[in-house]
Design a binder for this molecule. Structure first.
Ligand code: BDR
Ligand code: CA
Length: 313
């Protein structure tokens, strides 16, 4: 039976690539819906971008919802400098024809999980965890329905990318992250330690460019802008493909090495807000409800990306 997933995202250049991977022809996952959250840009743009990406990939059949427009406690912090003013720098922005669902995204998550079997739905958040936390706060009875949360966020050995201590998604809404990480829901966590191992090199760019279908072309153009910003920042060959680690894991878990550990989040310190305290060496006896990804088969990851982009030809 296909894995049932709800994707929760803030497109965002790397969120876009993640969606293109998830929509690939023949991919054995059942996308129940996609919920947009405020993050890289405001909610009006992330929900529009989600629909726009669905249309580019020919998946306007997937229902798209708008969730929370701001973090639980903090004002929204965005990342236009990385993703562009519209969130999808590099491609032409158009007003999608497919409608936004009228139901609120958090209500959609709650209703869908309530009517699901126990441990049957995988949540895949690639933005701030606001929608997921809001659903848990409003309806804790949904917890047993979640199989696992496969998320992009956090940093251990790599340090932060938005502050010295914090990765962007966790920094934006650390209170939401606390709710998710403190819950006993199984979590598979892709932080900067592993996403910084999948840099989009010029060799990968040439392979994407050579595919030549509308989706791979859009992917190429998005990555071109993304690479410019991040290689300036990190001085590396290309930008880290953060969010696509999540769908890559859902499709091919063997690509990653994981370790069970406890993760706690700092929410209030002005210096370390959004820091993820990953107990990698089991210094505490706290419950190991997360699996922290620390290594990826880079070639296998990029082969999967290319393979999925080729399915649109
Ligand atoms: C995360 O932050 C966002 O800017 C990206 O989309 C990704 O989800 C990386 O820190
Ligand atoms: Ca994201």
């Amino acid at each position: 039976m296909s894995t049932k997933v709800i994707i929760d995202c803030d497109p965002g250049l790397d969120d876009a690539l993640n969606l293109f991977m998830a929509f690939g022809d023949g991919v054995d996952i059942d996308i129940l819906g996609i919920v947009a959250v405020a993050g890289n840009v405001g909610l009006a743009k992330t929900e529009r971008n989600t629909r726009l990406l669905c249309e580019i990939a020919g998946r306007s059949d997937i229902p798209v919802f708008a969730g929370c427009d701001a973090p639980l406690n903090y004002p929204l912090a965005t990342a236009e400098e990385v993703h562009g003013g519209e969130g999808l720098e590099g491609i032409e922005i158009f007003q999608p024809k497919m409608p936004l669902q009228s139901q609120n995204g958090v209500e959609f998550i709650i209703e869908t999980l309530r009517s699901a079997e126990e441990h049957s739905v995988t949540l895949v958040p690639t933005g701030p965890l606001t929608n997921i936390a809001a659903a848990i706060i409003q309806a804790p009875d949904i917890i047993p329905k979640i199989k696992e949360i496969v998320l992009m966020g956090g940093a251990l050995r790599e340090g932060g990318n938005i502050t010295p201590s914090a990765e962007f998604n966790i920094y934006v809404d650390p209170h939401a992250a606390q709710i998710v990480f403190d819950s006993d829901i199984p979590k598979i966590v892709f932080g900067l330690d592993v996403t910084h191992q999948v840099l989009v090199s010029t060799e990968v760019m040439s392979r994407i460019q050579a595919i030549g279908n509308p989706v791979s072309d859009a992917a190429y153009n998005l990555l071109k802008s993304y690479n410019v910003f991040d290689s300036d920042k990190y001085g590396e060959d290309g930008a880290p493909l953060h969010d696509p680690c999540t769908i890559a894991y859902v499709l091919k878990p063997d690509l990653f090495k994981l370790k069970a550990c406890n993760i706690r989040v700092e929410a209030d310190s002005p210096i370390t807000r959004g820091h993820t305290a990953v107990d990698f060496w089991h210094a505490t006896d706290l419950p190991r409800t997360s699996h922290w990804a620390y290594e990826v088969d880079r070639d296998g990851f990029f082969n999967l990306l290319i393979e999925l982009l080729e399915t649109y030809s």
